[in-house]
Design a protein around this ligand. Structure first.
Ligand SMILES: NC(=O)c1ccc[n+]([C@@H]2O[C@H](COP(=O)([O-])OP(=O)(O)OC[C@H]3O[C@@H](n4cnc5c(N)ncnc54)[C@H](O)[C@@H]3O)[C@@H](O)[C@H]2O)c1
Length: 325
């Protein structure tokens, strides 16, 4: 089995590539490097190019005898997606169609896709199961939902896929060598670290009057190394004949914004400067996963908690900040 990882030089991709390589699996990366960093890849072969480029995919498939694909390559900024729908549909949807066309014509018919819990929008109830209604509320989330449907339709022409609906990916590698760069992300954990380390002003907390125990929004934070492991398990599931599916990747536990700040203060020994500002439109109150399906079908379960996430993120950001100063 040789795995092609698209977007493997990005945040989640690079953690997954490392895990695959550490298990002695053959792995090759295709990344445009528009948002990725090749130094994260060590000695893993990198092809710099675009998922829309059928020639490069054919070349990789032939040279490396690709059998499986993990498809991370996409744009992911929700706000930007609302202003740039053409760019998002083009990269995330048209790009995936081009990729799948090239893969199938080169005999590759197993793919693990980076979907998102954003496909559920503001869920009616929690925990969120895979039976919950799909109600994407941003262009970004629409692109994920459309690709899931596209992949599922391609079952009819021999493709098998696992769409992993990630909840909130966060944290960094245990050796503090790779993590989530705050200049590339609007996610809470890197922004908390940025505020602590003095690279930004106070963190904005969007609303503390939600109907939650401390008034701030609740999310399901999943350690990036646990997420990486879910991809490995999805590859094994497909290679042993598993049927196409879409499933949640979360811990099943909700953590509020203020919980994250408190933990960050405990772990770092520093205060997090913050301001409470108004609610942000479209922010769901509380979203956390029901992870029963992934446990039953892929044998996957999160092994790290939110404290592990914050500690690993702090270790990495502290080191990265020293290099940035
Ligand atoms: N980070 C999260 O919390 C989160 C949550 C849910 C889903 N996802 C999805 O997971 C995937 C990876 O997210 P990430 O946080 O690692 O993002 P990232 O931006 O760090 O990584 C994406 C990588 O894809 C590459 N890329 C983008 N378009 C490309 C193209 N057309 N051809 C080749 N390479 C291309 C970029 O250069 C980058 O290295 C994305 O599909 C994202 O939508 C992320």
């Amino acid at each position: 089995m040789t795995v092609l990882v698209t977007g493997g030089a990005g945040y989640i991709g690079s953690h997954t590539v490392r895990l695959l390589a550490s298990q002695g699996r053959d792995v090759v990366v295709l990344d445009s490097l528009e948002l990725g960093d090749k130094s994260r890849l060590g000695s893993v072969p990198l092809f710099q190019g675009d998922i829309n480029d059928e020639r490069i995919i054919e070349k990789i498939c032939r040279k490396h005898n690709i059998t499986d694909v993990v498809h991370f390559a996409a744009y992911k900024a929700v706000g930007e997606s609302m202003d740039q729908p053409l760019r998002y549909y083009n990269n995330n949807v048209a790009g995936t169609i081009a990729l799948v066309r090239s893969l199938l014509s080169n005999g590759v018919n197993r793919i693990v896709f980076s979907s998102s819990a954003a496909v559920y929008g503001n869920p009616e109830s929690v925990p969120v199961t895979e039976e919950s209604a799909l109600r994407p509320e941003s262009v970004y989330a629409e692109t994920k939902s459309v690709v899931e449907r596209f992949l599922s339709s391609c079952d009819a022409i021999g493709l098998r896929s696992v769409s992993l609906r990630y909840f909130n990916a966060a944290g960094a590698s245990a050796d503090a060598s790779i993590g989530e760069d705050w200049s590339m992300s609007q996610n809470l954990v890197p922004l908390v670290m940025k505020a602590i380390l003095g690279f930004s002003g106070p963190l904005n907390i969007f609303g503390n009057d939600y109907p939650t125990p401390d008034g701030t929004c609740i999310r399901d934070y999943i350690h990036v190394d646990d997420l990486a492991d879910a991809h490995v398990k999805a590859l094994d599931y497909l290679s042993t004949g598993g049927k196409s599916l879409a499933c949640n990747v979360g811990t099943g536990k909700g953590t509020s914004v203020l919980d994250v700040l408190n933990l960050a203060e405990q772990v770092s020994g520093h205060k997090v400067p913050y301001n409470i500002v108004g609610r942000r439109s479209g922010d769901p109150i509380s979203v956390y996963a029901d992870p029963t399906l992934i446990r039953a079908l892929l044998g996957w379960k999160a092994t790290r908690d939110v404290r592990d996430i914050i500690s690993s993120a702090w270790n990495w950001h502290e080191r990265d900040a020293a290099a940035k100063r």
